[in-house]
Structure formats: structure tokens, C-alpha cells
Write a protein of this length. Structure first.
Length: 133
């Protein structure tokens, strides 16, 4: 794993959260995007070498909507940049980690992504991401 690519934060409403994070980080949101396959709208902020991704559910029954219903707004996942997502998925599976998807999926910000089940990562949802070239 190369670096922390981004930290994902679940929010109820991007329209309310974006101004808060613009003030907090002292930088503008540089990109918003809807990812229909994940039923989310995202907003990105750059901070140093990493990013913050705000996630708003587009459907109450979506992953983020369910997360907020159970736990409220807050830290959702930590994403790590990888050079070869297939090799990293194979390595982690061999180490006993549970992959939430067997093949990389298309995620936000032009990334291929795979998530690891939090049961095997001390309760933290981990995302692997690789630039989709």
C-alpha cells in the first residue's frame, strides 16, 4: 500500500457538510460526483497528499443511508492507494482478510476499488483504490 488516498466520511446532507469542511480545511471542495452503483453522492477535498471524501446517500436503503441510520454521521472508511489492486486483493485474501467484492469495482474519482470487511480489520472498513487507466 502506497499511502492513505482518502478518508471517507458519511454525512446526511452534502449541502450542509461541504461548507463546514471548506471552513475546517481552509480549501474549496474541488469535485462532486454521483456514483449510482454505490447509491452515493460524493464531495472531495485535497489536504496535503491525501483527500477527504464526504458521502451522502442517494437512497435511504443504500450503504451510506444504512450506515448513518445505525451509527450517525462520521468516519466511514479509510482508503489506501495501491499500485496493482488485483495483486493486493490476492495477497490480502491469502492473508485471511475478507473481501467485500471479488473483483474491483468502479468507484468515485476514476478509481478501481475493493473493500475489506471490518470484522478482519479491527472494525475499520478499508478501501483499496487504484487509478483507473
Amino acid at each position: 500500500m502506497n499511502k492513505i488516498e482518502h478518508i471517507g466520511i458519511a454525512v446526511k446532507e452534502l449541502s450542509m457538510a461541504i461548507p463546514v469542511f471548506e471552513k475546517l480545511l481552509n480549501t474549496a471542495c474541488y469535485k462532486t460526483e454521483q456514483v449510482d452503483s454505490e447509491k452515493v453522492r460524493t464531495a472531495f477535498f485535497k489536504t496535503g497528499e491525501s483527500k477527504i471524501e464526504l458521502l451522502e446517500s442517494t437512497e435511504p436503503g443504500g450503504v451510506i443511508g444504512t450506515f448513518i441510520e445505525k451509527k450517525g454521521s462520521g468516519l466511514h472508511h479509510i482508503a489506501f492507494e495501491v499500485t496493482d489492486i488485483l495483486a493486493e486483493m490476492k495477497r490480502l485474501k491469502a492473508e485471511g482478510f475478507i473481501l467485500l467484492n471479488e473483483e474491483p469495482k468502479h468507484g468515485a474519482d476514476n478509481k478501481l476499488v475493493c473493500f475489506l470487511h471490518p470484522k478482519g480489520t479491527q472494525g475499520v472498513l478499508i478501501e483499496l483504490c487504484q487509478e483507473n487507466v
